[in-house]
Write a protein that binds this ligand. Structure first.
Ligand code: ZN
Length: 498
C-alpha cells in the first residue's frame, strides 16, 4: 500500500469515530431541548456507551498503524493530508492517555451533572448541585493528571482540548495584560456623567415577536434554515452536526429584548461557521472547526462588532418596530446596545465587563483543578471574586456559581476560549473593514452577505487545515494580539460615554 491507500484507510477509520461522536452530540442536543426529565437515566447510559465506543475507535491499533505509516511518508503528503494526519494523531494521542472506563464515567457524569445543575439552578440552591460537582471534579482532576504535558500544570491538559497548544501560564499572562485596560475602561464609564437609557429595548415583549425579529436578522446574516433550526433551551448554545445541520437555541426575557436577540445573533455566528465548513471534508480529522477560540470569534464578531454597531441599527430599527411594540430610533438602540453596567450574568454582560467574568472563571477553575479550592467553597469564592472584579454580589447562587452549564458538563478549561474569541473577533473585523469595500455602508443598508462571504473564504471553509493562531494570521494578515479588541472597546466607550 502507498500513501494514498493508507490515507483512504485513515479517513475510513476516522469516519466511523466521527459518526459516533456526531450521534452523541445529537443526543446531547436532544437532552437540552426536548428530552422529558424522566429520560435522564436512559440518556446517561446511552452517552456513556457511545463515549466508550468512540474511545475504542480512536485508540484502535488499525488507526495507529495507518498514522505511523503516514508519519513516515510525511514528505510525500500535501498540506491537506498533513493536516489530516496532524489532527488525527493529536486526538488519538490524547485518547491513548485515558482509560476507557474514565471516558465512560466522564460522559455519564456529564449527563447526570446537567440534570442536577438544572434542578439546583431553578431553585438557586448550590447545595443541590454540590455532590454532582464533587463527582465531576474528581474525574476531571484524574483526567487532567493523565493529560498533563511534561513541565506543565494539570489545567493545560484540559485547555488543550479546546484551544490546542495554549497553556494556563500563557493564558494567565494574556489575561493579566487585559485586566488593567478593561478596569480602566470601566472606571471611565463610572466617572462619566452620561447615563445610557436602556428603555429602547424594554417593554412588554411577546416571545413570538422577539423570535420574528431575530429570524429577520438571521436571514440577513445568511443563516440557512434548510441546514439549521432554532429551539428554546435553559442555556443558549449551538450544536453542529456537519455543514447540513447546525442547530441553535435561545431563551427570552419577557421585558428586555437583548438577552434573546444578542444570544440569537451570537449562536447564529457559531452556526454560520458550521454551515460554512467544507462539505468535502465533512467527517474527516481536518474538516471540523479548528478551535473553540476561533468558533467564539465568529459568534462574538456578529454579536458585538456587527449587531451592536450604529450602522446595524440604522438598517434594522424599522424591522424591529414591525415585530415588537418598541418605538426606538437607531441612535437610542445603538446606545442601549452598548450600555456598560456590571451584571452578575456573563451571557448578558456588556463587552467591557464580559472579559472580567471570564478572568474570574479561569482563576476559579484553575484553583479547583489544582486542589486549592473545593466545591463547597466555590459560591463564596465566586461572590468574593465578583465583588473584587465588578463591584457587585450575586443575590443567589442562580446568578452566581450556578449560572453556567459548563462545569456541570465537565467543561473545565473551556472559559478562556471566550476571551480568546473576543480577541480574534476584533482582529478579524479590523481586517475585514480594510478589505471589504464600504463594509459600514453595507451594514447600514442591512447587507450582511459580503461580511459572511469574507468569513467563509478566510475562516469557515478551512476547517482545521491550519492551527488556530496561524489561521487567524493568514486571515487577517497579522498575528492576533489584544490591540484590536482594546481599540474597539475604547472606541465604543468613547462613542457612548464620551
Ligand atoms: Zn459562543
Amino acid at each position: 500500500m502507498g500513501p494514498r491507500e493508507v490515507m483512504a484507510r485513515l479517513l475510513e477509520l476516522w469516519r466511523e469515530y466521527a459518526l459516533i461522536r456526531r450521534t452523541s452530540a445529537l443526543l446531547e442536543w436532544d437532552q437540552e431541548t426536548c428530552m422529558p426529565p424522566a429520560g435522564a437515566g436512559a440518556r446517561a447510559a446511552e452517552l456513556e456507551c457511545l463515549a466508550g465506543l468512540a474511545h475504542e475507535r480512536l485508540t484502535a491499533p488499525a488507526l495507529g498503524e495507518a498514522l505511523a505509516l503516514l508519519e513516515q511518508w510525511a514528505e510525500e503528503l500535501d498540506p491537506l493530508e498533513a493536516a489530516q494526519v496532524r489532527e488525527a494523531a493529536r486526538a488519538r494521542g490524547r485518547a491513548l492517555r485515558l482509560p476507557r472506563a474514565l471516558v465512560e464515567a466522564l460522559a455519564r457524569a456529564a449527563a447526570e451533572g446537567l440534570e442536577s445543575w438544572r434542578a439546583a439552578r431553578e431553585l438557586g440552591e448550590f447545595s443541590l448541585f454540590q455532590p454532582a460537582l464533587e463527582r465531576m471534579l474528581a474525574l476531571k482532576r484524574e483526567q487532567a493528571g493523565l493529560l498533563k504535558p511534561a513541565g506543565g500544570e494539570a489545567y493545560d491538559g484540559l485547555l488543550d482540548e479546546f484551544e490546542p497548544g495554549l497553556t494556563a501560564e500563557r493564558t494567565a499572562r494574556l489575561f493579566a495584560g487585559l485586566e488593567a485596560p478593561l478596569v480602566g475602561l470601566l472606571e471611565r464609564v463610572r466617572s462619566s456623567r452620561r447615563r445610557v437609557d436602556e428603555s429602547p429595548f424594554q417593554g412588554d415583549l411577546p416571545r413570538e415577536g422577539q423570535l420574528a425579529f431575530g429570524r429577520r436578522v438571521l436571514e440577513a446574516m445568511g443563516f440557512d434554515f434548510e441546514a439549521g433550526r432554532l429551539d428554546a433551551s435553559t442555556h443558549p448554545f449551538c450544536s453542529g452536526h456537519g455543514p447540513g445541520d447546525a442547530r441553535i437555541t435561545w431563551r427570552a426575557s419577557a421585558t428586555d429584548l437583548r438577552p434573546c436577540f444578542f444570544g440569537l445573533v451570537h449562536e447564529a455566528g457559531h452556526a454560520l461557521y458550521e454551515q460554512g465548513l467544507d462539505p468535502a471534508l465533512d467527517l474527516t480529522p481536518a474538516g471540523a472547526a479548528v478551535s473553540l477560540g476561533v468558533h467564539e470569534s465568529q459568534s462574538r464578531l456578529w454579536e458585538n462588532l456587527v449587531a451592536r454597531s450604529r450602522p446595524f441599527w440604522e438598517a434594522f430599527a424599522p424591522a424591529l418596530r414591525e415585530c415588537l411594540p418598541l418605538a426606538a430610533d437607531p441612535e437610542g438602540l445603538f446606545l442601549a446596545a452598548n450600555a456598560v453596567r456590571p451584571s452578575p450574568i456573563r451571557v448578558e454582560a456588556d463587552e467591557v465587563t464580559y472579559n472580567l467574568h471570564i478572568l474570574l472563571r479561569f482563576e476559579l477553575e484553575r484553583a479547583l483543578l489544582a486542589g486549592r479550592l473545593e466545591p463547597a467553597d466555590l459560591p463564596g469564592a465566586w461572590d468574593e471574586g465578583m465583588e473584587r472584579r465588578l463591584g457587585i454580589r450575586p443575590a443567589h447562587a442562580g446568578e452566581g456559581a450556578l449560572q453556567d452549564i459548563h462545569w456541570a458538563m465537565g467543561l473545565f478549561g473551556y472559559f478562556p476560549t471566550y476571551t480568546i474569541g473576543n480577541l480574534y473577533a476584533a482582529h478579524l473585523h479590523a481586517a475585514a473593514a480594510k478589505e471589504i469595500d464600504g463594509l459600514e455602508d453595507r451594514i447600514g443598508r442591512g447587507e450582511l452577505g459580503a461580511l459572511r462571504e469574507w468569513l467563509r473564504i478566510k475562516v469557515h471553509r478551512h476547517g482545521s487545515l491550519l492551527p488556530a493562531e496561524r489561521l487567524m494570521e493568514a486571515a487577517a494578515g497579522a498575528p492576533p494580539g489584544p490591540e484590536a479588541l482594546l481599540a474597539h472597546l475604547g472606541g465604543r466607550v468613547r462613542a457612548v460615554y464620551g
